[in-house]
Design a protein around this ligand. Structure first.
Ligand code: ZN
Length: 455
């Protein structure tokens, strides 16, 4: 249950959005955290002879360490085991749903997937196995509290259809709409305490534990007090049903606003296969950052994995991207320009707006516009491609103008390149914050140090 590369991808994508919108002057609150209750955690702890409390604490420590090592700008980290901040909100939400008459007790017989931590239906099975977890579900018969999700089906459908909740990408939106059209059933919102001890008990009924999704989704309220509604939920496709259907249902029942955007990212495969412990192909983000540096990892994930689709990791692809785009492309351009500045002592090397070279200025403008559009449409890879187009534009410009020769326009050419470097640094800020800062420092100190040594 240690954080793997897929979770790193999600955090980095969310960080880009948070940093981008902060640069635009918006008051951003970036929340992440750990969902620690449920049978999956309790069973995993039991297997290695630990208490669920200790086990989930250790996991939370690792996830917190991951936010540090990935240089994330999150404002808070909420744990669902936080009895002071999280539990009271969960209980309040439960009582709010109950007051609306949306919690009712029912006998239930059905299929349960521990991996999903959810009752699933035959629709979710292929060859009798959960599509996501490749496991046969358990047959369970018990009395549970249910949330009357069916009551809100029409409203949820409408708000997804008219983009009141905008689900990105559109293919996921259609998937959710067709799921609703097949009929939304009420969902089990508790499990008997005897079967699930690791969780928050139902208010007024100790014999039941609140279903882990009803508990976990509430983190968006408890972890960012006074901040609801969320502008963006950044999630994986395995949990989209909970976010796109159950969560809006809860919010509608409570009379709260709906989230504005639900952005669903894909999964990372490793050499074409799903990452799994049994295959022994799990990529540890800590090791990757230690070996290549944080910005190389951020760059690879954002550039190579299409933001809303699945993408593949291999060390060969990683090193190829590193060498061609970071060491050669970006690193080389910065080194070349700074060296030119150092050598050309005779010319004014601060950026000055000149009338010449309209082509240059217009290319930078075009890049800025494309970039903004791409980031705001969650197309992180395309935004990076637009920055790298500017990098190659600069390379070609250098070849053409040969600014190392003492020519009449030398001053202007170097000035244009300095301008573009500071633009590149600015555009890189949300994506590669450390590298962006290094470029600014090199521009300021007129000192060249390799940003990404070749490997
Ligand atoms: Zn499952």
């Amino acid at each position: 249950m240690s954080p793997h590369l897929g979770f790193a991808l999600e955090l980095i994508q969310a960080d880009v959005l948070a940093r981008h919108h902060r640069i635009l002057g918006e008051n951003v609150f970036f929340l992440t955290g750990t969902d620690e209750h449920g049978r999956k955690v309790a069973e995993a702890a039991g297997k290695i002879g630990k208490s669920p409390a200790r086990f989930s604490s250790e996991i939370a420590t690792q996830f917190k360490a991951l936010t540090k090592i990935l240089n994330l700008s999150n404002n808070n980290f909420i744990r669902t085991t936080d009895k002071k901040r999280h539990w009271p909100v969960v209980k309040k939400v439960w009582l709010g749903l109950k007051k609306k008459g949306d919690i009712c007790k029912k006998k239930y017989r059905g299929l349960y997937c521990v991996g999903c931590e959810a009752f699933i239906t035959k629709k979710d099975l292929i060859n009798g196995k959960c599509v996501i977890h490749q496991k046969e579900p358990e047959r369970i018969e018990e009395e549970n509290y249910f949330f009357r999700l069916s009551k809100y089906a029409k409203k949820i459908e409408k708000s997804i259809k008219n983009n009141e909740i905008k689900i990105i990408p559109g293919s996921r939106k259609n998937e959710m709409l067709s799921f609703i059209r097949q009929g939304l059933e009420d969902v089990s919102f508790s499990r008997p305490r005897k079967d699930l001890k690791w969780g928050i008990s139902v208010p007024d009924d100790d014999s039941h534990t609140i279903y882990c999704w009803a508990d976990a989704l509430t983190n968006y309220l408890s972890g960012a007090p006074g901040r609801w509604p969320a502008d963006i939920h950044c999630i994986g496709k395995d949990i989209q049903k909970f976010h796109c259907l159950i969560w809006p249902g809860m919010l509608l029942s409570l009379g709260l606003k709906l989230p504005r955007i639900i952005f669903v990212h894909g999964f990372i495969t490793v050499v074409g296969q799903k990452m799994s412990k049994s295959l022994g192909n799990v990529i540890d983000p800590f090791e990757l950052v230690k070996k290549y540096g944080v910005d190389a990892v951020r760059y690879f994930l954002l550039r190579e994995i299409p933001s809303t689709e699945d993408g593949d990791f291999t060390y060969e692809k990683f090193e190829a991207r590193y060498n061609s785009d970071l060491a050669k492309g970006l690193g080389n351009l910065v080194a070349r320009v700074i060296t030119m500045v150092i050598k050309s002592k005779s010319v004014e090397t601060r950026y000055q707006q000149t009338k010449g070279n309209r082509l240059f200025i217009s290319f930078v403008k075009k890049t800025q516009n494309k970039y903004k559009k791409f980031v705001e449409n969650f197309k992180f890879n395309e935004a990076l491609i637009s920055i790298w187009d500017l990098i190659s534009f600069c390379d070609k410009y250098i070849e053409k103008e040969r600014p190392w020769e003492e020519k009449e326009n030398q001053k202007e050419v170097i000035s244009n390149l300095l301008f573009s470097l500071s633009e590149i640094a600015k555009l890189l800020q949300p994506f590669l914050p450390e590298t962006s800062e290094k470029i600014y420092q090199q521009l300021k100190n007129k000192k060249s140090e390799p940003l990404f040594p070749r490997i």
